[in-house]
Unconditional design. Structure first.
Length: 111
């Protein structure tokens, strides 16, 4: 199962990451994995290519993404970034609803 964790501070998303495998189908044919990967890379691409921001992110040796926005200067584009991130959460929730054995969304509030 893919476990997508979204981290919030005061309700705003400050980061997200994924671990695990969907195991819906064989590697290279797994539509749940492909959808989750696309949904999680979309806000990152929007921040970089459309909003011209430089969030901290990385991929580990297994290809899992980690995005850290805590303390980032949004150059007065907080609303746009929030829209990208909250849309990602909506799409992950939809994947979770349709494929409950393959993907789980966990939201954590930091203090």
């Amino acid at each position: 199962m893919i476990r997508v964790t979204v981290v919030r501070k005061n309700g705003s998303i400050t980061g997200y990451f994924a671990k695990g495998h969907a195991e819906y189908a064989e590697l290279g044919s797994d539509i749940v994995c492909a959808a989750a990967s696309t949904v999680m890379q979309n806000p990152l691409a929007g921040m970089q290519e459309v909003l011209h921001l430089n969030p901290q992110y990385g991929f580990d040796e297994d290809g899992y993404i980690t995005v850290n926005l805590d303390g980032m200067d949004f150059h007065n584009k907080e609303k746009e970034v929030s829209s990208l991130l909250e849309t990602m959460v909506v799409m992950i929730r939809e994947l979770e609803r349709n494929y409950p054995k393959n993907i789980k969304l966990v939201e954590k509030e930091e203090k």
